[in-house]
Design a protein around this ligand. Structure first.
Ligand SMILES: O=C(O)CCC(=O)C(=O)O
Ligand SMILES: [Fe+2]
Length: 269
């Protein structure tokens, strides 16, 4: 495989197995490919909340052609579509949505709240909820993949393609934390390419939010997460989720932006 000059690659393919200050800094610098902590969250609680997510009244779906097969609970920032009214709706519902997600795990700590606390404790300058134009963002969206039909085509995610709010100036990298609540036995794999898309691929992704799998080389990593696992990677690089066979795949997700070790991390969904 030949890497062209503009394709920014992860330096090594290594997957760290612990979430520490060091592995977070290495991931932010692309010195490692991902952090995969097995058994991060108790499976019994995870599976109960997965059912609540599947049946949630706020379950909707992503709006772009290649992502509309995937459900999500509460509006993610990508669905604000540069529209003032949708952006207002997103921020108006952000804090009530965070509270509702938290209440779904009651009396236990939610996995995204645990991730938030650990980022705050581990990152040299701490971590905060992202505010855009001084308004709090939502964090902790559930992604709900239906058996057989839902998948994410190879794509990337970058907050600067969704907003020009002053708070995102200086973002150097974006990470995403997924805690898996329920995973089908077969399929539902996470594919990581550890490279950014080319400009042509970026144009396609912005249009339909995904590439045809046969138009890209095989991924560097194929990971089958287990319920309860935490995986953090850089979604600015190409990634995909394959369809699962037997049951719903449910994950809780938070994007994380880094502005270097001297600035706090910020997170949102
Ligand atoms: O559900 C996953 O494994 C990853 C989904 C994804 O595309 C993301 O978190 O950006
Ligand atoms: Fe993604």
């Amino acid at each position: 495989m030949t890497a062209t000059a503009h394709v920014v690659r992860s330096a090594t393919n290594e997957i760290a197995t612990e979430l520490t200050a060091r592995t977070l800094l290495q991931l932010a610098e692309r010195e490692i490919g991902a952090i995969h902590v097995r058994g991060y969250y108790p499976v019994e609680i995870a599976e109960q909340v997965a059912q609540k997510a599947i049946n949630h009244q706020a379950l909707g779906h992503y709006h772009k052609q290649y992502t509309s097969s995937v459900g999500r609970v509460y509006m993610p920032h990508i669905d604000t579509k540069w529209d003032a009214e949708l952006t207002k709706q997103y921020h108006d519902s952000a804090l009530p949505a965070i509270e509702d997600v938290r209440s779904m795990f009651h009396p236990y700590l939610s996995p995204i709240d645990r991730v938030r606390l650990e980022l705050q404790e581990l990152w040299p300058a701490g971590a905060n909820l992202l505010r855009l134009r001084e308004r709090a963002c939502f964090v902790g969206a559930f992604r709900v993949f239906q058996p057989s039909t839902s998948k994410f085509y190879p794509h990337n995610d970058a907050i600067d393609q969704e907003t020009d709010a002053p708070e995102i100036a200086g973002v150097l990298n974006q990470l995403v934390a997924n805690v898996y609540l329920q995973v089908p036995k077969k399929g539902g794999d996470l594919h990581l390419w550890l490279r950014e898309p080319t400009p042509e691929e970026t144009a396609t992704i912005l249009d339909v939010e995904g590439l045809q799998p046969d138009s890209v080389e095989p991924p560097v990593h194929v990971i089958h997460p287990e319920a309860g696992d935490l995986i953090i990677f850089s979604p600015r690089m190409l990634h995909a989720v394959t369809s699962g066979e037997d049951e719903h795949r449910v994950g809780a997700a938070a994007f994380i932006a880094t502005k270097g070790p001297r600035e706090p991390l910020v997170y949102w969904s």
